[in-house]
Design a protein around this ligand. Structure first.
Ligand SMILES: Cc1cc2nc3c(=O)[nH]c(=O)nc-3n(C[C@H](O)[C@H](O)[C@H](O)COP(=O)(O)O)c2cc1C
Length: 363
């Protein structure tokens, strides 16, 4: 019996093999199975590296690596996700009303780059169901963020954000305002000068405040980026930015041949390693523009301890991942954190907070 359990565990550890075997299955079905697996709470890894503990916005994080938005859109597997070892989890994107999202197929894996192109379009069960789930599982020891977005057919996009903010504020540690998904028409236009000001004005009517982030697109213009940084520095509403969402650009995929080359032309957002450099450029830019005065959550292509080190070194206080969980499985969190902790020791850096914005190489 013990032998069988060990075998089962070692099979789960060898996620790459599972990933290869299940490669023919539709990605969304695999995702559902993954969520069900997490709900069993079977997999639990204790991760405790003293040099990775950090404090951001008056909150203690066991480590700086979080789960990015989009994986648990309905707050269904919170405990199972925290059991993987994440220092925090960002739930959502949740919208006011349930919505089905775009027609399938809408998720495309590009194994040659360990990347994904998707145009899900905020498929979720809506805020009421989300809150029911969240209320059941909220405990005070773990840090949960909620990522909010507008409905596709919403007539008053800014008031969608106000409504959602007020609904989630008592059940979350921070709130991310998603204005960068490429799969909801017009959403990214909120990053433009007049619109972002209107959004902040609408949000000034919230009943209570929690740490608040704007999630930005890697494709944002330098002008809009500078304007948003300036607004944040002068605003009491926003504490920082999540950098970045997925990109609609594709040039990074032209570096080597892809078996299913047609996938490159599928509409949607590209994530994983091909996004890394673009996201890193934005982290560096925002850190420079703001002199490190706002909080940055860095996300895009994190799949190793080196990737994590690089983002923090460029100015990210916290980091997140999504796509590497699809390709490398549950152990990716443990492996990244172990490598990051060792890299800090090798570089004689006492703690992760000390690395933020130092702009040093991990080589
Ligand atoms: C399948 C999938 C769904 C996503 N859904 C959302 C979402 O609902 N809201 C959001 O803000 N970002 C969403 N994202 C973007 C991720 O949160 C993250 O910003 C992006 O994938 C870059 O990180 P990665 O390279 O580690 O995946 C999604 C990404 C993927 C791959």
């Amino acid at each position: 019996m013990i032998g069988q359990v060990k075998l089962f565990k070692s099979r789960i550890m060898d996620f790459k093999t599972i990933s290869n075997i299940t490669g023919f299955m539709p990605p969304e079905l695999l995702h559902k199975i993954f969520i069900k697996f997490l709900q069993t709470k079977y997999f639990k890894r204790k991760i405790d590296h003293r040099n990775l503990k950090t404090r951001v916005l008056n909150k203690n994080f066991n480590n700086p690596l979080g789960l990015a938005a989009g994986f648990d859109k309905n707050a269904e597997a919170i405990e199972g996700l925290l059991n993987l070892g994440f220092g925090f989890v960002e739930l959502g994107t949740v919208t006011p009303m349930p919505q089905k999202g775009n027609p399938r197929p809408r998720v495309f894996k590009i194994p040659e780059f360990e990347a994904v192109i998707q145009r899900l379009g905020f498929n979720n069960n809506g805020i009421e169901m989300f809150l029911e789930n969240l209320k059941k599982s909220k405990n005070n020891h773990n840090i949960l963020g909620v990522n909010i977005g507008k409905n596709k057919n919403s007539e008053s996009q800014f008031s969608d954000y106000l409504l959602l903010y007020n609904k989630v504020v008592d059940y979350s540690d921070y709130i991310t305002i998603n204005i960068s998904s490429p799969n909801t028409p017009g959403l990214r236009d909120i990053q433009e000068k007049g619109n972002i000001e209107k959004l902040l004005k609408t949000l000034s009517r919230i009943k209570k405040r929690k740490p608040t982030f704007l999630k930005l697109s890697p494709d944002i213009s330098k002008k809009n980026l500078e304007n948003i940084c300036k607004l944040i520095l002068n605003s009491k509403m926003i504490d920082g930015v999540v950098l970045t969402n997925t990109t609609i650009t594709r040039e990074m995929l032209y570096k080597k041949p892809i078996k299913d080359a047609w996938k490159v032309n599928e509409k949607g957002g590209l994530s994983g390693p091909p996004l890394r450099d673009k996201a890193n450029t934005l982290i560096r830019d925002v850190y420079e523009i703001t002199n490190g005065k706002i909080v940055i959550i860095g996300v895009g292509g994190v799949s190793s301890g080196k990737d994590a080190f690089q983002k923090i070194s460029l100015g990210a206080n916290l980091i997140q991942l999504y796509t590497s969980l699809i390709y490398s499985g549950p152990n990716v969190v443990f492996n990244i954190l172990k490598e990051l902790s060792e890299l800090l020791k090798r570089k004689r850096i006492e703690s992760v907070a000390e690395l933020v914005g130092k702009n040093i190489s991990c080589e």
